[in-house]
Ligand binder design. Structure first.
Ligand SMILES: *[C@@H]1O[C@H](CO)[C@@H](O)[C@H](O)[C@H]1NC(C)=O
Ligand SMILES: *[C@@H]1O[C@H](CO)[C@@H](O)[C@H](O)[C@H]1NC(C)=O
Length: 197
Protein backbone atom coordinates (compact mmCIF):
# COMPACT_ATOMS: atom_id res chain seq x y z
CA UNK A 1 0.00 0.00 0.00
CA UNK A 2 2.73 2.41 0.97
CA UNK A 3 4.74 1.35 -2.03
CA UNK A 4 1.83 1.99 -4.32
CA UNK A 5 1.07 5.45 -2.98
CA UNK A 6 4.70 6.35 -3.59
CA UNK A 7 4.83 5.28 -7.19
CA UNK A 8 1.44 6.63 -8.21
CA UNK A 9 2.24 10.37 -7.85
CA UNK A 10 5.34 9.77 -9.91
CA UNK A 11 3.29 8.18 -12.68
CA UNK A 12 0.80 10.99 -12.38
CA UNK A 13 3.32 13.74 -12.78
CA UNK A 14 5.03 11.97 -15.68
CA UNK A 15 1.66 11.67 -17.37
CA UNK A 16 0.88 15.29 -16.66
CA UNK A 17 4.17 16.46 -18.14
CA UNK A 18 3.63 14.35 -21.23
CA UNK A 19 0.18 15.82 -21.66
CA UNK A 20 1.50 19.34 -21.21
CA UNK A 21 4.17 18.74 -23.83
CA UNK A 22 1.58 17.21 -26.12
CA UNK A 23 -0.81 20.17 -25.88
CA UNK A 24 2.01 22.67 -26.07
CA UNK A 25 3.14 21.02 -29.30
CA UNK A 26 -0.36 21.18 -30.75
CA UNK A 27 -0.76 24.79 -29.70
CA UNK A 28 2.65 25.78 -31.05
CA UNK A 29 1.94 24.01 -34.33
CA UNK A 30 -1.41 25.75 -34.68
CA UNK A 31 0.12 29.13 -33.89
CA UNK A 32 3.08 28.81 -36.21
CA UNK A 33 0.97 27.32 -39.02
CA UNK A 34 0.71 29.46 -42.14
CA UNK A 35 -1.51 27.10 -44.13
CA UNK A 36 -4.80 28.53 -42.92
CA UNK A 37 -6.17 31.75 -41.56
CA UNK A 38 -9.53 33.41 -41.16
CA UNK A 39 -10.56 35.57 -44.06
CA UNK A 40 -13.60 37.63 -44.92
CA UNK A 41 -15.94 36.94 -47.86
CA UNK A 42 -15.56 40.58 -48.96
CA UNK A 43 -11.79 40.19 -49.34
CA UNK A 44 -12.57 37.58 -52.02
CA UNK A 45 -15.10 39.85 -53.70
CA UNK A 46 -18.02 37.79 -52.44
CA UNK A 47 -21.18 39.84 -52.09
CA UNK A 48 -24.69 38.80 -53.00
CA UNK A 49 -25.33 35.29 -54.26
CA UNK A 50 -26.89 35.25 -57.76
CA UNK A 51 -28.91 32.65 -59.61
CA UNK A 52 -28.07 32.32 -63.33
CA UNK A 53 -29.90 30.40 -66.02
CA UNK A 54 -27.75 29.31 -68.99
CA UNK A 55 -29.15 27.73 -72.12
CA UNK A 56 -27.13 26.02 -74.86
CA UNK A 57 -26.87 22.91 -77.02
CA UNK A 58 -24.39 20.09 -76.53
CA UNK A 59 -23.08 18.26 -79.62
CA UNK A 60 -21.90 14.73 -78.91
CA UNK A 61 -20.29 13.72 -82.21
CA UNK A 62 -19.07 10.13 -82.36
CA UNK A 63 -18.88 9.77 -86.16
CA UNK A 64 -17.00 11.36 -89.05
CA UNK A 65 -13.40 12.49 -89.40
CA UNK A 66 -13.42 14.71 -86.31
CA UNK A 67 -15.35 12.96 -83.54
CA UNK A 68 -15.60 14.87 -80.26
CA UNK A 69 -16.76 11.80 -78.35
CA UNK A 70 -14.43 8.81 -78.45
CA UNK A 71 -14.54 5.41 -76.87
CA UNK A 72 -11.46 5.06 -74.69
CA UNK A 73 -12.15 1.89 -72.71
CA UNK A 74 -14.46 -1.05 -72.46
CA UNK A 75 -14.54 -4.35 -70.57
CA UNK A 76 -14.21 -7.68 -72.39
CA UNK A 77 -17.87 -8.24 -71.46
CA UNK A 78 -19.14 -4.78 -72.56
CA UNK A 79 -20.07 -5.87 -76.08
CA UNK A 80 -22.26 -8.67 -74.66
CA UNK A 81 -24.10 -6.23 -72.40
CA UNK A 82 -27.34 -4.64 -73.70
CA UNK A 83 -26.18 -1.37 -72.09
CA UNK A 84 -22.49 -1.72 -73.07
CA UNK A 85 -21.86 -1.80 -69.32
CA UNK A 86 -18.30 -0.79 -68.47
CA UNK A 87 -17.54 1.25 -71.57
CA UNK A 88 -16.07 4.73 -71.17
CA UNK A 89 -16.07 7.67 -73.59
CA UNK A 90 -14.00 10.81 -73.42
CA UNK A 91 -15.62 13.98 -74.74
CA UNK A 92 -14.64 17.45 -75.91
CA UNK A 93 -18.12 18.41 -77.12
CA UNK A 94 -19.00 21.83 -78.51
CA UNK A 95 -21.61 23.88 -76.67
CA UNK A 96 -23.49 26.19 -79.04
CA UNK A 97 -26.09 28.92 -78.75
CA UNK A 98 -28.46 27.26 -81.20
CA UNK A 99 -29.30 23.64 -82.00
CA UNK A 100 -27.37 23.54 -85.30
CA UNK A 101 -23.81 22.28 -85.35
CA UNK A 102 -22.82 25.44 -87.26
CA UNK A 103 -24.27 27.65 -84.52
CA UNK A 104 -21.94 29.90 -82.50
CA UNK A 105 -19.78 27.98 -80.01
CA UNK A 106 -19.91 29.32 -76.43
CA UNK A 107 -17.89 26.63 -74.71
CA UNK A 108 -17.01 22.96 -74.54
CA UNK A 109 -18.05 20.02 -72.40
CA UNK A 110 -14.84 18.21 -71.48
CA UNK A 111 -14.73 15.01 -69.49
CA UNK A 112 -15.96 11.46 -69.74
CA UNK A 113 -19.02 9.33 -69.33
CA UNK A 114 -19.35 5.65 -68.63
CA UNK A 115 -22.09 3.09 -68.92
CA UNK A 116 -22.74 2.42 -65.24
CA UNK A 117 -25.92 0.31 -65.32
CA UNK A 118 -26.31 -3.30 -66.43
CA UNK A 119 -30.06 -2.94 -67.04
CA UNK A 120 -30.67 0.66 -68.17
CA UNK A 121 -28.96 3.09 -70.49
CA UNK A 122 -27.70 5.13 -67.56
CA UNK A 123 -24.40 6.96 -67.71
CA UNK A 124 -22.13 8.16 -64.96
CA UNK A 125 -21.11 11.62 -66.19
CA UNK A 126 -18.08 13.60 -65.03
CA UNK A 127 -17.47 16.76 -67.05
CA UNK A 128 -16.42 20.38 -66.96
CA UNK A 129 -18.39 22.94 -68.92
CA UNK A 130 -15.68 25.36 -70.02
CA UNK A 131 -17.09 28.64 -71.33
CA UNK A 132 -15.35 30.75 -73.97
CA UNK A 133 -17.71 33.65 -74.59
CA UNK A 134 -18.95 36.80 -72.89
CA UNK A 135 -18.85 37.27 -69.13
CA UNK A 136 -18.37 33.52 -68.58
CA UNK A 137 -15.29 33.31 -70.82
CA UNK A 138 -12.59 31.43 -68.89
CA UNK A 139 -14.97 30.19 -66.22
CA UNK A 140 -16.12 26.62 -65.81
CA UNK A 141 -18.74 24.51 -64.10
CA UNK A 142 -18.20 20.95 -62.92
CA UNK A 143 -21.03 18.48 -63.45
CA UNK A 144 -21.03 15.04 -61.85
CA UNK A 145 -24.15 12.93 -62.02
CA UNK A 146 -26.33 10.17 -63.34
CA UNK A 147 -27.68 10.45 -66.87
CA UNK A 148 -30.34 7.89 -67.81
CA UNK A 149 -30.20 8.93 -71.48
CA UNK A 150 -33.59 7.52 -72.57
CA UNK A 151 -35.53 9.71 -70.13
CA UNK A 152 -36.96 12.90 -71.64
CA UNK A 153 -35.25 15.22 -69.15
CA UNK A 154 -32.29 14.21 -67.02
CA UNK A 155 -30.98 16.17 -64.09
CA UNK A 156 -27.38 16.26 -62.95
CA UNK A 157 -25.81 18.22 -60.08
CA UNK A 158 -23.32 21.05 -60.47
CA UNK A 159 -20.79 20.42 -57.74
CA UNK A 160 -18.62 23.51 -58.17
CA UNK A 161 -16.95 25.86 -60.57
CA UNK A 162 -14.13 28.27 -61.31
CA UNK A 163 -13.83 31.93 -62.26
CA UNK A 164 -17.21 33.65 -61.96
CA UNK A 165 -18.57 30.28 -60.84
CA UNK A 166 -16.43 29.95 -57.71
CA UNK A 167 -18.45 28.47 -54.84
CA UNK A 168 -21.20 27.49 -57.28
CA UNK A 169 -23.89 24.89 -56.83
CA UNK A 170 -26.93 24.00 -58.86
CA UNK A 171 -28.14 21.56 -61.46
CA UNK A 172 -28.40 21.01 -65.19
CA UNK A 173 -31.33 19.63 -67.13
CA UNK A 174 -30.44 17.72 -70.28
CA UNK A 175 -32.97 16.95 -72.99
CA UNK A 176 -32.01 15.02 -76.14
CA UNK A 177 -33.12 16.91 -79.23
CA UNK A 178 -31.74 14.56 -81.87
CA UNK A 179 -30.07 11.18 -81.69
CA UNK A 180 -28.87 9.20 -84.68
CA UNK A 181 -28.69 5.53 -83.70
CA UNK A 182 -26.55 4.71 -86.76
CA UNK A 183 -23.80 7.22 -86.08
CA UNK A 184 -24.26 7.67 -82.34
CA UNK A 185 -24.32 11.46 -82.81
CA UNK A 186 -26.56 13.42 -80.46
CA UNK A 187 -27.66 17.00 -79.90
CA UNK A 188 -28.74 17.70 -76.35
CA UNK A 189 -30.40 20.84 -75.05
CA UNK A 190 -29.04 22.04 -71.72
CA UNK A 191 -30.69 24.30 -69.18
CA UNK A 192 -28.36 25.20 -66.35
CA UNK A 193 -29.50 26.73 -63.06
CA UNK A 194 -26.61 27.81 -60.91
CA UNK A 195 -26.07 29.82 -57.75
CA UNK A 196 -22.79 31.76 -57.69
CA UNK A 197 -21.42 35.13 -56.59
C1 LIG B 1 -11.73 34.58 -73.94
O1 LIG B 1 -10.58 34.64 -73.13
C2 LIG B 1 -9.38 34.31 -73.80
C3 LIG B 1 -8.27 34.25 -72.77
O2 LIG B 1 -8.27 35.40 -71.99
C4 LIG B 1 -9.13 35.31 -74.91
O3 LIG B 1 -7.96 34.96 -75.61
C5 LIG B 1 -10.31 35.30 -75.85
O4 LIG B 1 -10.15 36.29 -76.84
C6 LIG B 1 -11.60 35.54 -75.10
N1 LIG B 1 -12.71 35.36 -76.00
C7 LIG B 1 -13.72 36.22 -76.07
C8 LIG B 1 -14.76 35.91 -77.06
O5 LIG B 1 -13.80 37.20 -75.36
C1 LIG C 1 -28.05 9.16 -89.38
O1 LIG C 1 -26.82 9.41 -89.99
C2 LIG C 1 -26.68 8.77 -91.25
C3 LIG C 1 -25.24 8.98 -91.70
O2 LIG C 1 -24.91 10.34 -91.69
C4 LIG C 1 -27.70 9.36 -92.19
O3 LIG C 1 -27.60 8.74 -93.45
C5 LIG C 1 -29.10 9.16 -91.63
O4 LIG C 1 -30.05 9.83 -92.43
C6 LIG C 1 -29.18 9.71 -90.21
N1 LIG C 1 -30.44 9.37 -89.62
C7 LIG C 1 -31.25 10.25 -89.07
C8 LIG C 1 -32.50 9.73 -88.45
O5 LIG C 1 -30.97 11.46 -89.03
Amino acid sequence: MTKKSKTLPLLDSTFHISLTIFFFTIHATAKSSTCSEDTSPLSLGIKQEKLSHLHFFFHDIASGPNPTSIWVARAPTSSKSPTLFGSVSMIDDALTIGPKRSSKVVGRAQGFYASASQSENALMVTMNLAFTEGKFNGSSLTVVGRNPVVEAVREMPIIGGSGVFRFSRGYVQAKTLRFNATTGDAVVEYNVFVFHY
